[in-house]
Write a protein that binds this ligand. Structure first.
Ligand SMILES: CC(C)(COP(=O)(O)OP(=O)(O)OC[C@H]1O[C@@H](n2cnc3c(N)ncnc32)[C@H](O)[C@@H]1OP(=O)(O)O)[C@@H](O)C(=O)NCCC(=O)NCCS
Length: 186
């Protein structure tokens, strides 16, 4: 599946992307200073990939020349009262601050509201992660509140902010007009 934007496309992650993805997620610079450091083995990454489904999909963010510049995903968090649809996103350091992140957010929001019967999409971000918060706001997300001491990162407990966008706030697609259904998951 390919979701086409003006500056970037989101291409559903395929098995051939896993070595690059493993390299990215194990690099502190890729995660950025506001996300906890992780060490994930190729085997774990492959296992996760095999579990991916319509509810949990990763996309490679590509520039129009095909250059791979990041990753964006959606997944479901279980909650006693319902399903929470959440997104996560990362760009390689050299491609940050060029609006690619905001466009990728707009594309995934369009895609999710066009293709899934969900009323809300959420994201959380570290309190100090201004680029992430501004991107979310640009894509129509609203701040819901603070998740105090949500995670431990680089020696201290960090607060996070929860953002969401509701279907009625989205109203209509900003970028996508249709989704092409050629994924292995569809
Ligand atoms: C968060 C991230 C995806 C944002 O994408 P991006 O392409 O860099 O952001 P954009 O260029 O679209 O900019 C979005 C807004 O943030 C601002 N911004 C960008 N980088 C910034 C920085 N380092 N500090 C402060 N503001 C910044 C931009 O000016 C823009 O604001 P505006 O709409 O008022 O002009 C990207 O920076 C990233 O990958 N960071 C590391 C990983 C990460 O933190 N992921 C989020 C996990 S919650």
């Amino acid at each position: 599946m390919l979701l086409e934007g003006k500056l970037v496309n989101l291409r559903v992650m395929e098995k051939e992307d896993l070595p690059l993805f493993a390299e990215w997620v194990n690099k502190p610079e890729f995660l950025g200073e506001y996300n906890p450091l992780r060490q994930i083995s190729r085997a774990e990454i492959e296992k996760d990939y095999d579990k991916s489904s319509l509810e949990q999909t990763g996309f490679i963010i590509e520039k129009k020349d095909g250059g791979k510049i990041g990753y964006i995903c959606h997944f479901i968090l279980g909650h006693p009262v319902g399903k929470l649809l959440e997104i996560g996103y990362f760009l390689v350091p050299s491609e940050r601050g060029k609006v690619y992140g905001t466009e990728a957010l707009n594309i995934i929001v369009d895609y999710l509201f066009l293709s899934k019967d969900m009323t809300r999409i959420q994201a959380h971000t570290e309190l100090r992660n201004i680029a992430s918060q501004k991107g979310l706001q640009e894509a129509g997300f609203k701040k819901e509140g603070t998740l105090r001491k949500l995670f431990f990162n680089r020696g201290e407990w960090r607060d996070a902010l929860l953002y969401s966008i509701l279907r009625e706030e989205w109203k209509e697609p900003k970028i996508l007009t249709k989704t092409t259904a050629q994924s292995k998951h569809q």
